[in-house]
Design a protein around this ligand. Structure first.
Ligand SMILES: NC(=O)c1ccc[n+]([C@@H]2O[C@H](COP(=O)([O-])OP(=O)(O)OC[C@H]3O[C@@H](n4cnc5c(N)ncnc54)[C@H](O)[C@@H]3O)[C@@H](O)[C@H]2O)c1
Length: 308
């Protein structure tokens, strides 16, 4: 198949693009390199450097002869979306629409859109949720992701586009960048490499900190392979296991074989206390299940980190 992978120079998109190449597909990557890196690009993929919201991107999507667009490019920071919702929407709403419209004109067969299970559900009650749980986006980033899902519904219903939405849990693994606000595994590993004691944020009634569903990037890549052939609609992609930040910090130290003290801090505005995803639908309809446990995924991530 001919596939356009947007965001294919980034942490997750580059590994999806690589897996598509390895599966024998003809891959073009579209990325503006705002956070992605040229060195992440699979050498066998074509590369077009452009903003997804640009006329150049629309032209590529409309005339490139693609059967599938796999859409990973996005403004990914929740705090940045709060600080500048207009900029967030330019990439995450208008950029998406630019590609959907171009795809419609080109009679695209399938559009795989990456959403966020960690963001669209909002605050959860302490048990993993399925896709039928109401979305309650609490940030411009989450609102834009939910809007994207609704646009996909529209294109499926009105234009017969095959659409798959993958709502990722908290993804970690090789190539993740330790941004200040996301990527806690990458931040913890950086702390261990540099001997800097990390700060763990926690609410007063959660001594181990907030709980998240940490999912290894290799499992995320397999979900994107499955979504090429199967599925329609929205799928949670995670492990269903909620791990608190202290437990994660201990697991990272075990994977690294190093120990370090940590500091404690109060929760930051907008931090969700609990998030975990029930992924039974992906198992039934995509034939996808997570395969990497936390210890295994962290060991692979640490091995990559120490090669850097
Ligand atoms: N990392 C996670 O835990 C997580 C969780 C849920 C959803 N997601 C989603 O997964 C996708 C990939 O995220 P990631 O963690 O790999 O982040 P990333 O920053 O490594 O990747 C995003 C890529 O998109 C590119 N990009 C950004 N804006 C662009 C634009 N306007 N035009 C063209 N390219 C642009 C960047 O240069 C980068 O290569 C995003 O859609 C993100 O919202 C990630």
């Amino acid at each position: 198949m001919k596939i356009l992978v947007t965001g294919g120079a980034g942490f997750i998109g580059s590994q999806v693009a690589q897996a598509y190449v390895q599966a024998g597909h003809q891959v073009t990557v579209l990325d503006d390199l705002s956070s992605g890196k040229r060195e992440n690009l699979p050498p066998q993929a074509e590369f077009v450097e452009a903003d997804i919201a640009s006329p150049q991107a629309a032209e590529l999507a409309a005339t490139g002869g693609f059967q599938v667009i796999n859409h990973h490019a996005a403004q990914i920071s929740v705090p940045a979306s709060v600080a500048d919702p207009v900029h967030d929407a330019q990439s995450n709403v208008l950029g998406l629409l630019n590609l959907l419209e171009a795809g419609r004109r080109a009679k695209l067969e399938r559009f795989i859109f990456v959403s966020s299970g960690g963001a669209v559900y909002g605050e959860l009650e302490g048990a993993p949720v399925s896709e039928s749980f109401p979305a309650r986006p609490m940030s411009p980033y989450a609102v834009a992701k939910r809007a994207g899902e609704l646009y996909l519904d529209y294109y499926a219903a009105q234009h017969g586009l095959g659409t798959v939405v993958l709502r990722y849990a908290n993804v970690y693994g090789p190539r993740q960048i330790p941004h200040a606000e996301a990527g806690v595994v990458a931040i913890f590993m950086d702390c261990l490499v540099n001997g800097v004691e990390p700060t763990i944020y926690r609410p007063e009634d959660m001594p181990g900190g907030m709980k998240r569903d940490y999912t290894f990037v290799g499992d995320i890549v397999r979900a994107n392979l499955a979504a090429l052939e199967r599925g329609h609609g929205i799928y949670n992609i995670g492990t269903g296991v909620a791990t608190d930040t202290l437990e994660l910090w201990r697991a990272v130290q075990r994977a690294a074989g190093r120990e370090l003290a940590n500091h404690w801090g109060p929760v930051r505005a907008g931090d969700i206390r609990y998030s975990a995803l029930d992924c039974a639908k992906a198992a039934d309809e995509l034939g996808w299940r997570p395969q990497s446990g936390l210890a295994d995924g962290l060991a692979q991530t640490w091995a990559w980190r120490t090669e850097q």
